[in-house]
Design a protein. Structure first.
Length: 355
């Protein structure tokens, strides 16, 4: 009897009305999501369910040669600054260099307020490092942002910047990383939150075509490439204050960065404006990178000059040529001064009241 009454109550006009209400509510919900997050929210939700885009792993092993090992060392310990994240650093020394017994052994980002993030041990230790990862697992993680186990990597791994690296450079990096001393250092695995997976799973882009060595017509072109893979603009640009005058203005500074010792530093302006580095010439630029000093003032170690000092004069000159070609942007950022409100970036930083 009860079952019959229930079936009657859900039939006819009542059923149609319930379906209509459900459709309207679903449409309203979809409209709200589209308005609040854009239509890309649906793709993000899809990737949250099915996982990131990724190519199958290849059965390859890069030939170990001294030429590759040396090139890999130049990249890893220079312009790519891989051990900046994949190592603990000695903040008691100028520039916070990496101790020899920590190179590549990994780092937790708890002091940078990303407690769920770990840059893994990439030394060839069999139990706690990357010894059991294949060469293509490493290559795919470097350029495509996919971990050895197929998961999306946190964008703190600069795969988007490294995506332009040619195949031979990637092979050289892998060969060099395989050659460093194995260090036993067990670390927790990165655990991306649901929100992070929703946002990050759309980022990986599989690389299936050959990536040849780039050719450059001018030093400036070479500098553009080197700056991109070093992600200089990533740090020296404020990306997080939409509506401000300097938001998204490349190299205009004002990006708040938290160092692994807990210090918080605003990136300075690198544009050829008087508030930036208009007074630099090639010689001064190279000297600053080599010594970590602007005159008598020391650069904070959050600027990884201890790695960039290993970059050749030719490459540093090319990077400087690229920086000199940028649009000048007035934005005084001076970490030696007390923080004051800046009307250009809506933040409080040294020199802010002079903007």
């Amino acid at each position: 009897m009860a079952r019959c009454m229930m079936s009657r109550s859900l039939s006819g006009p009542s059923m149609k009305k319930a379906i209509l209400i459900a459709v309207v509510c679903l449409a309203a919900f979809c409209g709200f999501i589209s308005y609040a997050y854009g239509w890309t929210a649906y793709y993000s939700a899809w990737r949250l369910v099915v996982g990131p885009r990724k190519r199958p792993l290849r059965d390859i092993k890069f030939e170990r040669t001294e030429t590759r090992r040396a090139r890999g060392q130049y990249l890893v310990e220079g312009v790519l600054a891989c051990f900046r994240c994949h190592s603990e650093r000695d903040w008691n020394q100028d520039g916070a260099p990496v101790p020899e017994n920590a190179r590549g052994a990994g780092h937790r980002f708890d002091k940078e307020d990303i407690p769920n993030l770990t840059a893994p041990n990439i030394t060839p230790d069999r139990e706690t490092g990357a010894a059991l990862w294949t060469d293509d697992m490493l290559a795919r993680s470097i350029r495509e942002g996919i971990g050895h186990d197929g998961r999306t990597l946190h964008p703190q791994m600069w795969a988007a910047a490294f995506s332009k690296l040619p195949d031979e450079d990637v092979a050289s990096i892998v060969v060099y990383v395989r050659s460093i001393p194995a260090i036993r250092n067990s670390l927790p695995k990165t655990q991306l939150t649901l929100s992070q997976r929703f946002r990050f799973n759309t980022r990986p882009e599989p690389i299936t075509d050959v990536v040849p060595q780039p050719k450059f017509a001018t030093p400036k072109d070479r500098g553009e490439f080197l700056e991109f893979v070093a992600d200089c603009a990533g740090c020296h640009t404020d990306w997080y204050h939409p509506g401000s005058v300097v938001n998204g203005q490349l190299f205009a500074g004002g990006n708040l960065i938290q160092a692994s010792n807990g210090d918080k530093i605003f990136s300075p302006n690198l544009t050829p404006d008087p508030s930036g580095i208009s007074y630099y010439d090639e010689k001064m630029f190279i000297q600053v990178i080599r010594t970590g000093k602007v005159g008598a003032r020391k650069l904070h170690g959050v600027m990884p000059w201890v790695f960039y000092r290993n970059v050749s004069d030719e490459d540093l000159k090319a990077i400087f040529a690229w920086l000199r070609s940028q649009t000048p942007v007035k934005h005084i950022v001076d970490n030696s001064e007390p923080p004051t409100y800046c009307r250009l970036c809506f933040q409080k930083h040294g020199g802010g009241d002079r903007n």
